[in-house]
Design a protein around this ligand. Sequence first.
Ligand code: SF4
Ligand code: SF4
Length: 403
Amino acid sequence: MKNNNRREFIRKSFIGISGAALVPGVISGPVTTSVPITSIPELPVRILGKTGIRTPLISMGTAGAYDPGFVRAAYESGIKLFFSATYYGEGNNEKMVGEGLKGLARDSFVIGTAVPSDGMDNRTGKFTVPFNANTYIKKADESLKRFGLNYVDIFLFPYAARKETVTNEEVLKAMEQLKKQGKTRFVGIASHSDMEEALKAASDSGVYDTAMISYNYKIVNKDSLNEAVLYAKKTGMGVIAMKTTAGASRNKTGTAFNSDAALKWVLQNENLATIVSGMTSLEQMQKNLAILKNLRISDQEMKDLELASIDGESSLYCQQCKKCIPQCPHNLDIPTIMRSYMYAYGYKNTTHAWYTLTDAKLPEKPCENCGICKVKCPAKFNIKNRIADIARLNNVPRDFLVA
Ligand code: SF4
Ligand code: SF4
């Protein structure tokens, strides 16, 4: 995309924010522990669709958190929603989050986790083996045990992309049973590719309550995505934004990236209930929460976003458009590999990058039989170089990683 177009893209994307969206709210429910409710700051809230949950505009994605004390500090700072996944650290992340929230009144926080299904091919978004509701529910049970909870608030079905998968009869049956059995209050999808299709399918199903999607200033199909978000909202879905800094808390060369501007940009869209921010330090958390005092974007912040939106080698955000897959004769799962690359260089989260790369099932010597890579990526990534770079992670033994 040419710079002028990109600039226009960013400007056009602004949606006026009204004061109504910033009404301060409190975390409901009695707190019975050492954390008195009066100590919890009041952060601006929005309503998470038909769940009725009043959520602060910033929530916590826990992939980059390794200390229960950090999760507790987030809670004490006013964050209410916490999202983990069964595949973060092979379940250790769920245990850590459970530990961090232990002893708090159960209705004073909201916990969600993503439970992936077996046999999902991320390249196609389809199942390679039939989905089994009982197996899926067992995985959800294991997740509850790790958290040390009788129920979570939201079970998410991740890697949702294609309608046929999102509305697969067995998937819907599993979701309904999880609710019926009291193992979760709500269910949702998480999607970072074919998001419009996934959002519409989830909305029309009448089963899902929420959706978590990638949403940031770099998204190229913003108009159609905004339409899908609006559609979802009208059907009562609570829509949550992830990947809101477009993969970078800093860029690959280490230059500071204006993440405040990126988060503010997302929150201009009032159809999004909250941002799930993968915070890794107290400093970052405080910085993120500080933006809630004033969501207006300054001219300088606009300029910073314009600069950061230029595609090329310094960019880390893969649109997950999948245009690369049919171009690769070896059918590599390039979008997943590029996400691993983003986690490694943008989020500096080697553990998450390692697990994501495992998911991509990268061969030992990828690209070795190719000369010049013919893959043309619209984000202008040098795919072959990036794969060679990130493939080194495959040689890192798992026990070297933070659990
Ligand atoms: S690597 Fe490029 S072509 Fe492939 S999914 Fe990402 S942005 Fe699209
Ligand atoms: S160099 Fe790698 S990414 Fe490019 S076409 Fe060959 S196998 Fe695919």
